[in-house]
Design a protein around this ligand. Structure first.
Ligand SMILES: Nc1ncnc2c1ncn2[C@@H]1O[C@H](COP(=O)(O)OP(=O)(O)OP(=O)(O)O)[C@@H](O)[C@H]1O
Ligand SMILES: [Mg+2]
Length: 200
């Protein structure tokens, strides 16, 4: 496959899997979110974590709202990724509480507002729950195509950080085998409403 075939393939895969997750009903989304929280509690170190990053669901993504509620109730700090105003193409992680004001970013996704003391360096984060468009059972992740997570999470590999990367997904987002490239950062696990894929 040539590089342009890979690109075409990724774009076709994104269309296919985005369509599948957008076809889920509101009821299916709610059931999936609640089952996925149970899977995370059984299979990840969530209940022992001190600082966790989540995301606000968009475009049919598995909704981590119940997971965030669990964290707030158990004194686990919740962060959200925010487009880094100082480093193009990167994310920074910002404290998020139920009362935190948000503002839509250039993609229309709400983000907490950055202040002088509400960002947390990646090395302090125990678990990062990432959204994804598709995953496979070897931990490969296909995102929306911006490369934001890949650029930001590269620090985990480069600095051998212990931060765990867990993808959250609907069952319909599982691919047999995804194409990968040198910059793709693989996941340590994927939680779906039905099961946990642990990657060694
Ligand atoms: N570490 C990096 N350094 C420079 N460019 C990068 C890096 N990671 C990704 N990119 C660029 O980002 C673009 C999109 O990457 P990719 O297709 O893997 O996105 P994605 O994984 O779907 O998105 P995301 O990481 O936001 O979920 C690629 O064309 C690649 O050149
Ligand atoms: Mg990628």
């Amino acid at each position: 496959m040539t590089p342009s075939d890979t690109l075409k393939n990724r774009q076709a895969l994104r269309r296919q899997y985005r369509q599948l997750r957008n076809q889920l009903s509101d009821e299916q989304q709610i059931t999936a979110a609640s089952s996925c929280l149970s899977v995370c509690l059984q299979s990840t170190t969530l209940s022992r974590a001190k600082i966790v990053s989540c995301y606000l669901a968009n475009d049919g993504e598995l909704d981590p709202q119940a997971l965030m509620q669990f964290c707030w109730q158990h004194n686990i700090q919740v962060l959200l990724p925010v487009l880094d105003p100082a480093k193009e193409g990167h994310l920074i992680f910002v404290d998020y509480q139920p009362t935190s004001p948000t503002r839509a970013n250039v993609y229309g996704i709400p983000e907490p507002i950055i202040t002088i003391d509400n960002t947390v360096p990646i090395e302090n984060i125990d678990l990062i729950f990432t959204p994804l468009v598709a995953f496979d059972n070897t931990g490969n992740r296909l995102g929306m195509g911006g490369g934001y997570y890949d650029r930001t999470l590269a620090a985990i590999v480069e600095n051998k950080l212990s931060t765990q990367l867990i993808g959250l997904a609907h069952e319909c987002q599982q691919a047999i085998q995804l194409p990968t490239d040198s910059w793709d950062i693989p996941l340590n696990g994927i939680a779906t409403p039905a099961q946990f894929f642990k990657i060694d």
